[in-house]
Design a protein around this ligand. Structure first.
Ligand code: NDP
Length: 329
């Protein structure tokens, strides 16, 4: 199998030289094992954080993948099963049933959707809005990194939940257009252009916001606190603006406003809400089938371009969830 390993710790923004491809010799199958050929890999912001210390160097990386069972000694993983696993950026792996989820085959829904809306990305949006922020019909919602995987899922979900005004920020004029013209946002702005995030948010949500799904941190979180109405809720999901920073972020400076406005700020990890997966699938599948919701993916072709896809996602080149498609051999 071919695998991508981390050679050294990135300093700030990672570069291709921080990674290397390695050839792995896979173990012979033992009873209970299955050989999985990967079809799709996920490149995720959390991986950047793991690269600073959690992950050992020169070892295959962890990561969300979807593959096909091609040889088996496991009755629970028959040949041809489509499986989700976390064995990382590699072409093949040997798994037992404990480490793999056999995916249901939903008519008309592509397997890679299990890395996007039907996977942890969509589940994060669902948990944020329903369990953490308790979005209510008619409320105004602000989403940062709104054109990304979690953001584009959350915007579409918020519409289904009856949100009033939905506002998003993203990093280019084209993404802003996609948010308002294709993803149902009422207003959007380019955080890389124009005045401060806070000034742009005030213009896009002149009456303030009730709920925020915060993916960026720093200046974006500060702007959300400023725009928040009394008794607002912030589901703090990520802080991508600081994953590549080598020093502490300068904002937010206004956290004491949480007191005056009785705002609730709650961080969460989707890993602690896996029990919501079935509920999410049951809710989402009919909407996916009817086309009311679309799984936007940014697809990079070829295993050898996995690192490019990862770096591109950190630079904001993706719209929707960033995934890599492997060519079957
Ligand atoms: P995205 O698809 O949103 O990709 C990341 C996006 O972040 C880029 O496309 C870019 O979009 C934006 N970005 C990058 N750098 C900056 C910056 N300096 N300032 C502002 N925006 C930036 O990734 P995901 O949907 O997978 O993840 C989104 C967030 O959700 C991340 O913070 C991630 O860590 C978090 N997350 C948290 C989970 C949890 O359990 N709490 C689970 C999954 C994700 P643009 O062009 O718009 O700037």
């Amino acid at each position: 199998a071919r695998a991508i390993q981390q050679r050294r710790r990135p300093r700030g923004m990672p570069v291709p030289e921080d990674f290397a491809e390695a050839e792995l010799v896979l173990p012979a199958l033992e009873p209970g094992d299955a050989l999985v050929e990967n079809l799709w890999l996920s490149v995720d912001p959390y991986m950047r954080e793991c690269m600073d210390g959690d992950w050992e160097l020169d070892r295959p990386l962890e990561g969300r993948s979807i593959g096909l069972v091609v040889e088996t000694q496991s009755p629970e993983l028959p040949i041809g099963s489509l499986v989700f696993h976390r064995d990382g950026w590699r072409t093949h792996t040997v798994l037992t049933a404990r480490d793999a989820r056999v995916l249901p085959r939903y008519d008309g829904i592509a397997p890679q959707t299990f890395l996007g809306l039907l996977g942890g990305t969509g589940l994060t949006a669902y948990v944020a809005l329903t369990r953490i922020a308790h979005l209510r019909p008619g409320e105004t919602l602000y989403i940062s990194a709104a054109a990304g995987g979690v953001g584009s899922a959350a915007g579409q979900l918020a519409r289904l939940l009856g949100a009033g005004r939905i506002v998003g920020s993203a990093g280019s004029a084209d993404k802003v257009r996609i948010l308002t013209e294709e993803l149902g946002f009422d207003a959007a702005f380019d955080h890389r252009a124009g005045p401060s995030v806070s000034a742009q948010l005030a213009e896009a949500a002149p009456d303030g916001i009730d709920v925020c799904l915060e993916n960026v941190g720093g200046e974006h979180l500060e702007a959300a606190v400023e725009a928040m109405r009394e008794s607002g809720r912030i589901a703090w999901c990520g802080a991508i603006a600081q994953y590549n920073m080598t020093s502490a972020p300068a904002a937010p400076r206004n956290l004491f406003d949480l007191v005056a406005k009785s705002i609730r700020l709650e961080g969460f990890l989707v890993a602690n809400h896996r029990d919501a997966q079935t509920e999410w699938e049951e809710f989402l599948v009919p909407h996916l089938r009817s086309g009311r919701v679309t799984d936007r993916l940014s697809v990079t072709d070829g295993f050898e371009r996995t690192v490019d896809a990862f770096l591109g996602m950190l630079r904001g080149e993706n719209t929707g969830k960033s995934v890599v498609q492997l060519t079957p051999h």
